[in-house]
Structures are given as C-alpha cells and as structure tokens.
Design a protein around this ligand. Structure first.
Ligand SMILES: Cc1cc2nc3c(=O)[nH]c(=O)nc-3n(C[C@H](O)[C@H](O)[C@H](O)COP(=O)(O)OP(=O)(O)OC[C@H]3O[C@@H](n4cnc5c(N)ncnc54)[C@H](O)[C@@H]3O)c2cc1C
Ligand code: SF4
Length: 305
C-alpha cells in the first residue's frame, strides 16, 4: 500500500510518497518505488525540465489511538509524534503536536504552581483522552486497521463510513486492533519474487547516494555508532540468509550493505549517511537494529521545513 502527495508553490514542486511498512516482500525498496511513481504518465510531465533541490525521508507514526503509550513519567511527558498523536485520515500531525504540547504545558504550570516538581504528570495522562486530540483520534481509530486489513478500496471506504458513524457517537466495529507489527510482516525471500527496478535516468529518477547528499546530512566522523546491531550472527543467519538483506533496500539512505569479503557476506553500516527516518528500528525482521539519538545533534538538515 502506498499514497502520495504533490504540492506546487512559486515554481517549486514538493512530492511525497508514503510506503506502508507492513509490506511483505523483502525485495521491495520504498526509495525505488518513489522513483517509479514519478515516472507515471499522469505526473511525469510535472517534473520535466526541473532541478532536484532537496531530499528527505521519515517514518510516520500511524498507529493512532490504539498505539499511544503511557504518556507521563517522573519529570517528563511524551507529546506530539513522540506520543504517536498523528491523525492520519484528517492529516493532523503538526496540529496535534502543538495541541498536546499546550495541554502538557498547562499541566506542568499547574503542577509548578502547587510546588510540585519531578513527579509524574498523572493529570496530563488522564486529560489527553478527553482533550480535542484524544477525542479526534478516538473517532478515527478504525481507519488504519481497516485500511491495512482490507486494502485501499474497501478499507478506505469502510474507514470513511466508520469515521462518519463515530461523529454520530457509535461504531459498527467497536475498536479494531492493528494487525501484525510491521517487523513481523516480511515473508522469507524464498517465498517472494525479486523486483527489478529501472536504473535512474538522472533527470526524473535518481540514485540514493546523490539524493542523501541533498538532505544535508552531517554526523561527526568519530562519534559513537548510533545504529546498534544487537546480534551480528542473527543478522547474518536471518536478515541475510532468510530475508535476503532487506535493510539494503528499505533504508532510504543506503546505510546498510551486505558486501562479499573472502566469499563471506559482511554487514557494512555507513552510519554517517543516516537521515534518521527510523525505518530500520521498525522494519528489521528480528528487531535486531536499535536506533539511538546520535551525539551532537547531527543528522539531516531540511531547508524550508
Ligand atoms: C512524511 C511525513 C509527512 C507528513 N505530513 C503531514 C501533513 O501533511 N500535515 C500534518 O499536520 N502533519 C504531517 N506529518 C506529521 C508531522 O510532521 C508531525 O506530526 C509533527 O512534525 C510532529 O511534531 P513534533 O514536534 O512532535 O515532532 P518532530 O517534528 O519530529 O520534532 C522532534 C524534534 O526533536 C528532535 N530530536 C529528536 N531527538 C532528539 C534528541 N535526543 N536531542 C535533541 N533533539 C532531538 C528532532 O530532530 C526533531 O527536530 C507528516 C510527517 C511525515 C514524516
Ligand atoms: S539507517 Fe535506519 S534510520 Fe537511518 S536512514 Fe537508514 S533506515 Fe533510516
């Protein structure tokens, strides 16, 4: 499943392409699907004669109401995307990030006024469900599970119906659970067909490394590794041998490579290219890759955002 958006502004075209990370074929490459999308006859002329000026990638937290974790802990609280507050059907991510920030700030101010500090903001945790953010997320809670289970046509249609009945105060479905976690949906490579993507033409379609260059990504060269592979043997025996190394394809920055060395595959991690999209942390089939914040605030630097 995928979706896309194109916006125009002062002779500038912004194009986005979303690949849902519950895909099954380990040979799929979200980056290459995006390149292929731009060649569609209905839109390819939009880019004719244009110059590529920027590139970026980021996972969207789409779990909604059912996926919101515990929000408060001693001395801190989760707000915005850290709490998974994106409302996908209503395209309200920034909106909910700001509203939840304001809600948390109000409860912090009230706690400080009562002489409290460094304890748990339990009232914020309790308040978000009845706040505009929580109420809005509740009404759309079945849209994503229906979409994932039934596909775009039936899923989106039934999701729309459910959103409508929820505005009237009821749902025909109750509260649907999400299916498998995204890391658990990949099939072994032996059960899937490799996908042959076209070579980039340098005009409409491009390669990953020259794209990453345009994300202005920068990490200190001697900083501690921020992409941690917990068990190297498991990466070889499962990620490589069973799933044919999907990290080399799902990473939009070409960070992961399996290279032959003395007849043996060796896992290479070009961590300096990482654009912090978090896909590896989500999609590695064994949850064997752990993304941690890099030292020194390095990473992509997106202009106009
Ligand atoms: C591809 C995509 C398309 C989207 N489209 C829309 C849309 O059309 N409309 C909409 O409303 N929303 C959209 N969203 C969602 C929206 O962008 C987010 O919901 C919103 O930006 C969340 O804001 P935030 O402040 O919670 O988190 P973020 O915007 O993610 O900000 C978190 C910041 O914290 C920084 N940070 C992280 N860790 C550390 C650390 N350890 N130390 C210091 N800094 C750190 C990050 O670098 C980042 O700048 C989209 C999201 C994506 C990924
Ligand atoms: S290494 Fe992980 S977080 Fe970094 S760009 Fe690749 S998939 Fe995204």
């Amino acid at each position: 499943m995928a979706r896309s958006s194109i916006t125009f502004d002062d002779n500038l075209v912004s194009v986005g392409f979303v690949v849902h990370l519950n895909y099954q074929n380990p040979y799929l490459s979200p980056f290459e699907e995006f390149q292929r999308f731009k060649t569609h006859p209905l839109i390819r002329d939009t880019f004719a004669g244009g110059k590529r000026i920027s590139y970026g990638a980021r996972a969207i937290t789409e779990g909604g109401y059912q996926s919101v974790p515990k929000l408060a802990f001693p001395g801190g609280a989760l707000i915005g995307c850290a709490a998974g507050f994106v409302n996908v059907p209503r395209i309200k991510g920034s909106h909910n990030a700001m509203l939840s920030g304001m809600l948390a700030a109000e409860h912090v101010a009230a706690a400080l006024a009562h002489g409290r500090a460094n304890d748990e903001l339990a009232d914020y945790e309790a308040a978000w469900r009845s706040s505009p953010v929580g109420r809005d997320l509740w009404r759309v809670r079945n849209a994503k599970p229906l979409w994932s289970k039934l596909g775009t046509l039936a899923g989106v249609a039934l999701g729309g119906l459910d959103m409508w009945t929820n505005t009237l105060g009821f749902s025909l479905f109750g509260t649907l659970k999400h299916g498998k976690a995204d890391f658990a949906t990949l099939k072994p490579a032996a059960q899937c067909r490799p996908i042959a993507y076209q070579k980039p033409d340098g005009k409409l379609t491009f390669d990953r490394l020259s794209s990453v260059y345009l994300s202005n990504t920068n990490h200190e060269e001697d900083q501690p590794v921020h992409l941690l592979v917990r068990d190297g043997n498991l990466q070889k025996s499962s990620e490589h041998d069973v799933y044919a190394g999907p990290s080399a394809r799902y990473c939009p920055a070409g960070v992961y490579e399996w290279v032959e060395e003395g007849g043996q595959p060796r896992y290479v991690i070009n961590a300096q290219n990482c654009v912090h999209c978090k896909t590896c942390d989500i999609k590695d089939p064994n949850q064997n890759i752990n993304w941690v914040p890099p030292e020194g605030g390095g990473g992509p630097n997106y202009p106009n955002m």
